[in-house]
Design a protein around this ligand. Structure first.
Ligand SMILES: NC(=O)c1ccc[n+]([C@@H]2O[C@H](COP(=O)([O-])OP(=O)(O)OC[C@H]3O[C@@H](n4cnc5c(N)ncnc54)[C@H](OP(=O)(O)O)[C@@H]3O)[C@@H](O)[C@H]2O)c1
Length: 248
């Protein structure tokens, strides 16, 4: 148990991408701190299994690229919990391709998942949170949004779009006491690399992530997310040195 966030006790949350990695660690950390968590991803079996280990949690399977499924998921979570205090937009996927080889269909899929899905989920919870008198929305961007990385233009630009939407929404919703924050994780040991779509095939033994600094655990990032929910900071960086990498 990791009960470091007493402010979270009794709240309700939706965590997307809860079947794996950062989302699963976040769902677990929130549940350990007394949050009733709606678990979202496409994998009902994994969500049901996780739900059995997290008291108060419930699976709400949805494909975050399908707008009707996102709307239904938020409505089901609202009906089940009675309120939605926290939305963690975490579901996402990588796409490695040089600009010349970027396929527009895959590009659109990545934007549907990394940008439009979180946007629609935000739109669905805003009215619920406004009626409640407030809430917290945390959008998981990426350190790549702060850099120009060859071979990652589609993914990094999608994460930069999500950060831009988050920080504009933060200002738009401040008067409604809805706090919107963006989290920039550094390279984190999850299934992310394995799940990244690649225009240029990489042999399996070369798919292990590497970086200039030691890689983070999903639990470390979950701690940053929980800390961000409590602090309400606009931008949460996994490491302070990431702030210096901003290209703008
Ligand atoms: N790992 C890193 O180095 C890193 C760094 C910076 C940012 N991030 C971001 O952190 C977030 C979490 O990634 P992770 O590292 O935990 O990766 P992961 O282990 O691959 O987990 C991705 C999660 O997203 C869900 N997902 C994927 N496609 C979906 C869809 N169409 N509909 C609903 N859910 C979907 C997956 O669930 P199902 O397959 O069950 O649907 C899974 O739960 C992502 O937004 C990623 O871009 C990761």
């Amino acid at each position: 148990m990791n009960e470091n966030y007493p402010e979270l006790q009794g709240k309700t949350a939706i965590v997307t991408g809860a079947s794996s990695g950062i989302g699963r660690a976040t769902a677990r950390l929130l549940a350990e701190n007394g949050v009733r968590v709606g678990l979202v991803s496409r994998s009902q079996d994994l969500l049901d299994e996780l739900s059995r280990t997290l008291p108060g949690s419930q699976a709400f399977p949805a494909d975050m690229t399908k707008v009707p499924q996102i709307k239904r998921m938020v409505s089901r979570a609202k009906n089940y919990f009675g309120r939605i205090d926290i939305l963690v937009n975490n579901a996402g996927q990588g796409y490695d391709a040089p600009v010349e080889k970027t396929e527009t269909g895959t590009f659109r899929y990545i934007y549907d998942l990394n940008v439009i899905g979180p946007l629609v989920a935000m739109q669905q919870v805003i009215s619920v949170m406004r009626a409640q008198g407030g809430g917290t929305i945390i959008n998981i961007s990426s350190g790549t949004a702060l850099m120009h990385l060859p071979g990652m233009s589609a993914y990094s630009s999608s994460k930069r779009a999500l950060a831009g939407i988050s920080l504009a929404a933060r200002q738009e919703l401040a008067a409604d006491r809805i706090v919107v924050s963006v989290v920039y994780p550094y390279i984190t040991l999850t299934n992310f690399e394995k799940n990244t779509i690649r225009a240029v095939p990489v042999p399996e033994d070369k798919q292990e992530p590497t970086g200039p600094y030691p890689l983070d655990s999903a639990e470390f990032v979950a701690g940053k997310i929980a800390g961000g929910i409590v602090s309400g900071e606009a931008e949460i960086f996994s490491h302070d040195w990431m702030k210096e990498r901003r290209p703008f």
